[in-house]
Design a protein around this ligand. Sequence first.
Ligand code: NAD
Ligand code: G6P
Ligand code: MN
Length: 447
Amino acid sequence: MSLKEQSILVAGGGSTFTPGIVLMLLENLDKFPIRQLKFYDNDKERQQQIADATEVILKERAPHIKFVATTDPEEAFTDIDFVMAHIRVGKYAMREKDEKIPLRYSVIGQETCGPGGIAYGMRSIGGVLELIDYMEQYSPEAWMLNYSNPAAIVAEATRKLRPNSKIINICDMPVGIENRMKDVLGLESRKDMTVKYYGLNHFGWWTDIRDKDGKDLMPELKEWVSKNGYITPDELSGAAEEEVEPSWFYTFGKAKEVQWLDPDTLPNTYLKYYFYPQDEVEHSNPEHTRANEVMEHREKNTFNECNRIADIQTAEDAKLEADEHATYIVDLARAIAYNSKERMLLIVPNKGAIVNFDEDAMVEVPCIVGSQGAEPLTQGEIPRFQKGLMEQQVAVEKLVVEAWTEGSYQKLWQALFLSKTMPNARVAKQILDDLIEVNKEYWPELT
Ligand code: NAD
Ligand code: G6P
Ligand code: MN
């Protein structure tokens, strides 16, 4: 049976991840055929550079795909089946501020966690809601697969403010960690594992991991992670083909200290910001943060390579690579388009999936995905330790969305203070006041 060909819009066409996603889509055309690909961004010049290279790539590898890059919402969102959304409102210039301002006060500066993540959330909510509204106006049947960050806050905002929208929020961190687990176990694919997991986005735990025969893989993994974190055997022995960047290597190693808090489970790497905030501050350079690393490497390399491809009008020797990592996006789109009932970790309304947790919290749990969307699988009751941590964190996320909706300074101060990364209420206020100053263009006015 031939599969219906899809029309895809990449929102945030100028993202550093766009070329990798396009190449990944092209490698998967047999499973997920595409008739039309569009890019949408509100920065014409940035997007055009990626689009010019994409045009060359498509001409060489998939000339049947109709390609359009535009900053016009109507042109972009008309006749679309899936919107793959990865926007960064304020771009890296603002990420740099999110990271550096808290560090002035010896508080962690991070893209999605703590005060930096809250600041980013206050910028992202409006941007993502706008994308949803365009989608519903011009392609009401379409689905949005959102991985714009901070996904936890964005997901809470869409749950609350666009409750009936066809949007699914997803994160690649569990996929990345599961790829490392399969290396530890010596498996072919992460899909050889069936997992149980619960938490919030960037704030969760694996509780059960089995192979295809139902064999419990947790004992071996727990033993490994308690000693090595998520550093793989090949990385340890120096045999790894690809070197992970030093800041990520540190993060994967640090996971062992996070795991010690609850040796029965395996943690998401992002928990390190809440469990060891002072270590993270000490390990940061307040003059040179992750945003600087990304601008100096990923952003520069991606745009240089796209410009080179456009100049020579061939991508035959292109140094751009398919983002293997991103195949989870095709899995998700496929599951919806062809009702494949794939089991995936997604960010969804709890509604009882975690039995002893807020009904209306956005949680990250395994779901079965089909043409109706995501059906969460119940993860039962969770222990007091995780429940306590998650209640504090979900309150932060909900307060941010309330602050954005109501324009409330007080609620945003409460949100910052309640983040486990924050030493006291006075510092929270100082950081908030500095963040307001630089975010005037992006945040609603707070009174
Ligand atoms: P980037 O800055 O390179 O790209 C983002 C693009 O979004 C830019 O071209 C920008 O002009 C555009 N943009 C900003 N605001 C917009 C708006 N309102 N409407 C349309 N376009 C807009 O950033 P990046 O590093 O490539 O990351 C892109 C996004 O993907 C970020 O939100 C990042 O956090 C997220 N991300 C998420 C995951 C995940 O696991 N969920 C993984 C990787 C990246
Ligand atoms: C992981 C997370 C994303 C986050 C990214 C940051 O993939 O799941 O949510 O955006 O890391 O990576 P970067 O290379 O931009 O620091
Ligand atoms: Mn993520």
